[in-house]
Design a protein. Structure first.
Length: 319
């Protein structure tokens, strides 16, 4: 296929480029570098099957020639209020990527009769009152809270995607992505893994907010992109959760990182500085992914961390 991938220079987008190219497809990458990095796709510069356009998908999309598939991954995603590339500091851009960007991508998919895949998120479930979260759960989201620019952008994008499928018969699909980690993450992302791994590799104590009792589930990036590709190749139209169902507390996660890195500095606790309505629990129900896609994660946490550490060491100048 000839596939357009927006957000191609992002953490997930760049790994998807690699995966799709390895499957034999031609990939057209698109990014405006507002959160993505040219470094993430530099290794593809001489790949004859990869073309790149620096463009803001919220404004317009033009791709010469036929397109068979469109994957819309362009959006700020970091919840860190201190991150310049996080959605707290890019609220309008985040809403536009989810609304106008999705609309532009769907319009192109309609005219090209292309398969469309929307990158949605576990954040559409908000601070869930149902556990684990299945695709049938409608969520618990505050539409005017500070996190809403991301949550509601994705919820609107899902609604628009289904409207194009139902009204225009566009061949659409939706992946709800849970916490993912691996090489090419932004070290200043602000989420648990980059924070912890950076501190551990520098020999510093890991900072845990509150008692560390909030939970997350961590999926290695290779597993995630494999699930996304399977969804792209499927006939499924309704949302599918892709993530690792093994739930652990943030404290357990910090202890695991200290163990893998050999960090002896331990853990320090600080007053809970989580942002408004930060979810207390997060765990995907991947029953549909297993049934429809025959997919489940294969890489355990220790192996995934060991694969990720060299990238962080290089970025920190420790090699």
């Amino acid at each position: 296929m000839r596939i357009l991938l927006t957000g191609a220079a992002g953490f997930l987008g760049s790994h998807l480029c690699d995966h799709l190219l390895s499957d034999g497809h031609e990939v057209i990458g698109m990014d405006n570098f507002i959160t993505g990095s040219p470094d993430n796709i530099a290794h593809l510069a001489n790949n004859e099957k990869f073309t790149f356009y620096k463009r803001d998908v919220s404004n317009y999309i033009f791709v010469p020639g036929k397109v068979d598939g469109i994957l819309h991954f362009a959006s700020p995603a970091s919840p860190n209020p201190q991150s310049k590339s996080g959605y707290f500091n890019l609220p309008i851009q985040t809403m536009k990527a989810g609304a106008l960007g999705t609309h532009n991508c769907l319009g192109l998919a309609r005219t090209q009769n292309a398969r469309f895949l929307l990158a949605s998120t576990s954040e559409i479930y908000g601070d869930p009152e149902v556990h684990p979260q299945a695709e049938t759960y409608a969520g618990n989201v505050d539409p005017i809270g500070t996190r809403a620019v991301y949550d509601e952008a994705k919820r609107f994008a899902e609604s628009l995607t289904m409207a194009y499928h139902r009204f225009h018969d566009v061949n659409t699909s939706i992946v709800r992505i849970f916490n993912t980690y691996g090489a090419r993450m932004d070290l200043e992302d602000g989420r648990a893994l980059p924070n912890f791994l950076k501190q551990a590799l520098l020999g510093l104590p890991l900072t845990v907010y509150g008692d560390g009792g909030q939970t997350r589930s961590f999926c290695y990036v290779d597993d995630l992109v494999d699930g996304i590709a399977k969804l792209l190749y499927s006939d499924e139209h309704y949302p599918v959760n892709i993530g690792n169902p093994i739930e652990m507390t943030i404290l357990q996660f910090a202890e695991a990182i200290n163990k893998v890195t050999g960090n002896q500095a331990g853990i320090v606790y600080q007053e809970d500085a989580r942002s408004e309505r930060d979810p207390q629990r997060r765990q995907p129900d991947i029953t549909r992914a297993g049934k429809i896609l025959k997919w489940e994660p294969k890489v355990n946490l220790e192996e995934g961390l060991l694969r990720t550490i060299p990238f962080f060491k290089n970025k920190l100048g420790l090699v």
